[in-house]
Structures are given as structure tokens and as C-alpha cells.
Unconditional design. Structure first.
Length: 128
């Protein structure tokens, strides 16, 4: 258990182990040919699809890639900023002071839930 405590507490060790695991996964997937299949494809092709639309040009491919990249940044930023605030401020029963009135906090929470639900539609992968 001491190893797990060290891994959890030392972020340098955690990121090192995570990157080693990533290399193991990529090498493993590559060895069975998954990186050269229709499931994982880099660049446009007749079999590259997103939500049933064929991505057959570099313009379309870069548009999807940039949108995915920016969406990940936005999602991570707001989940890292709003999630802890919901737990440690809004939902914590020990909190005596809310920075906004209750209605505003409720609206922020509901808008975040709507955003997460809407964005989850785009994270669903379909295999035609």
C-alpha cells in the first residue's frame, strides 16, 4: 500500500507511470495491428467517419481534429474549475456562505449538466 500512497501523492511518479502505461498500450495495440485498422485512422480516407459522415479531405480532417482538441481543452478546464466548486462550495453542508444566490448556483449547475449531456452525444463512437 505504501507504493500506491507514493504513486498517488507524487505527481511526478504518477505521470511517469501513466506515460509508461501509454507506451505499453500503444505498443500492444500496434503489435496486433489495431493502429492500422479502420478503427484508428490518421488522415482522411473513404473509411474515416465521424457520426456517419465520411471525412475524405484534409480540410475536413483538420477541422474535426482541431474541434476535438479545443473541445477537450474547454471540457477539461471547466470540469476542473466547476466540478470542485460544486462539491466543495455548493453541495457541502458545512458551507455557510455561497458566492452567488441559490438561484444563480442552481442555474450554473443546471447549465453545466445540460452542457455535459449535450457534449456526451459527440463522445459516442458508432461503428458502421
Amino acid at each position: 500500500m505504501k507504493v500506491l500512497d507514493m504513486l498517488f501523492d507524487d505527481k511526478r511518479l504518477a505521470i511517469t507511470v501513466m506515460m509508461i502505461w501509454l507506451v505499453v498500450i500503444v505498443v500492444g495495440f500496434s503489435s496486433i495491428g489495431l493502429l492500422h485498422s479502420d478503427f484508428i485512422k490518421v488522415g482522411p480516407s473513404p473509411t474515416t467517419k465521424i457520426m456517419s459522415l465520411t471525412i475524405s479531405t484534409w480540410t475536413n480532417w483538420f477541422t474535426v481534429a482541431i474541434a476535438s482538441f479545443l473541445s477537450s481543452i474547454v471540457n477539461d478546464f471547466f470540469s476542473d474549475s466547476l466540478g470542485p466548486w460544486f462539491l466543495n462550495t455548493v453541495q457541502d453542508q458545512k458551507t455557510k456562505y455561497l458566492p452567488y444566490n441559490k438561484t444563480t448556483c442552481y442555474i450554473i449547475l443546471q447549465f453545466y449538466a445540460i452542457y455535459c449531456s449535450f457534449m456526451s452525444v459527440f463522445s459516442v463512437v458508432s461503428n458502421d
